[in-house]
Design a protein around this ligand. Structure first.
Ligand SMILES: NC(=O)c1ccc[n+]([C@@H]2O[C@H](COP(=O)([O-])OP(=O)(O)OC[C@H]3O[C@@H](n4cnc5c(N)ncnc54)[C@H](OP(=O)(O)O)[C@@H]3O)[C@@H](O)[C@H]2O)c1
Length: 276
């Protein structure tokens, strides 16, 4: 039997077991995917002993994504760009780390907007944390022309722009509306809009009519940003697609089948979110 799981602190909120459990059943795989609550003081030792624990690898969530990056012998380019990893697996006995949020975001976007060509497009990104870094890496790989990056802590946006080079331009947070006017795609990567938290505060009316609005927050599924975008007739892409698509590479590495993100899986996770 193949074992994998998700490691975090706390971990009870994670929806990864629901997603991987669905795929294990769908593909009739003799495998287990469970939760591991590991305190920060113990996480380095946990990663060092993954194989002794009988695990083929794991997903990693807060606050251990940087520790996972450090623990690996080899880190993939998306993980390097993000400075963090959410997926670990073994190749020839060596621990490999990737950040699948990057490809997860892009694949979710392409699934939601079939035929979308990002070449030369202008993108506005709100937030400059780990998720933003992964998303910028993926968007640059897809050929976008310019990324305007708005972050509350300007120095963090400057650091991200310096890492990626001239296509990424850092701006003050207060300029986010005026500076997003020409964007073809706007992505909220901050935690603003999360259920029970502070609102984002972004006037969607300042965007072009053709601008696609994406939010990586998925609780609630329809954030106020997405709701106002839809109400104005803009195309809106929710964060659940990213969550589902980021899970694909890990499942394939551990269990040997590239799983499909189905409408049935999406509905299963939506029921879980709405019941929470
Ligand atoms: N859909 C998915 O699959 C998926 C995947 C990964 C992450 N996420 C979600 O994405 C969000 C960000 O994750 P992360 O890992 O990038 O977190 P992070 O590294 O902690 O970054 C958080 C970002 O939010 C900004 N922010 C927080 N509070 C703010 C406020 N009151 N006003 C303005 N900006 C504020 C931070 O700005 P400062 O730099 O100024 O602090 C920073 O840019 C989280 O809600 C996470 O759950 C979703």
């Amino acid at each position: 039997m193949t074992r994998a799981g998700v490691v975090g602190w706390p971990i009870s909120h994670s929806r990864s077991p629901l997603i991987h459990g669905y795929w294990l059943e769908r593909y009739g795989i003799d495998g287990v995917y469970d939760r591991h609550a590991v305190a920060p003081a113990d996480v380095a030792q946990f990663f060092r002993t993954l194989r002794e624990r009988g695990m083929a690898g794991c997903n990693v969530t807060l606050p251990h994504k940087e520790a996972a990056f450090t623990a690996a012998v080899e880190t993939k380019p998306a993980a390097k760009a993000a400075g963090s990893a959410n997926t670990l697996w073994f190749e020839d006995g060596r621990l490999i780390a990737d950040n699948t949020d990057a490809a997860g975001f892009l694949n979710s976007l392409l699934a939601a907007v079939p035929g979308l060509d990002l070449a030369g497009k202008t993108v506005a990104i709100l937030g400059a944390g780990g998720a933003a870094r992964g998303i910028i890496f993926a968007l640059l790989g897809a050929g976008v022309g310019t990324v305007h990056l708005f972050n509350r802590t300007r120095a963090r946006a400057d650091a991200v722009a310096a890492y990626f080079g001239a296509k990424v331009q850092a701006h003050d947070w207060d300029n986010r509306e005026a500076g997003s006017r020409g964007a073809d795609l706007l992505v909220n990567t901050t935690s603003l809009g999360l259920h029970g938290g502070a609102p984002l505060g972004f006037d969607v009316a300042s965007l072009k009519a053709a601008c696609i609005v994406a939010d990586i927050v998925y609780v609630p599924l329809e954030t106020p940003l997405l709701a106002t975008a839809r109400a104005l007739g803009l195309r809106a892409v929710d964060g659940l697609g990213m969550l589902l698509h980021q899970a694909v590479p890990g499942f394939e590495k551990w269990f040997g089948v590239r799983p499909e993100v189905t409408e049935e899986l999406r509905a299963l996770v939506i029921r879980n979110i709405e019941g929470a």
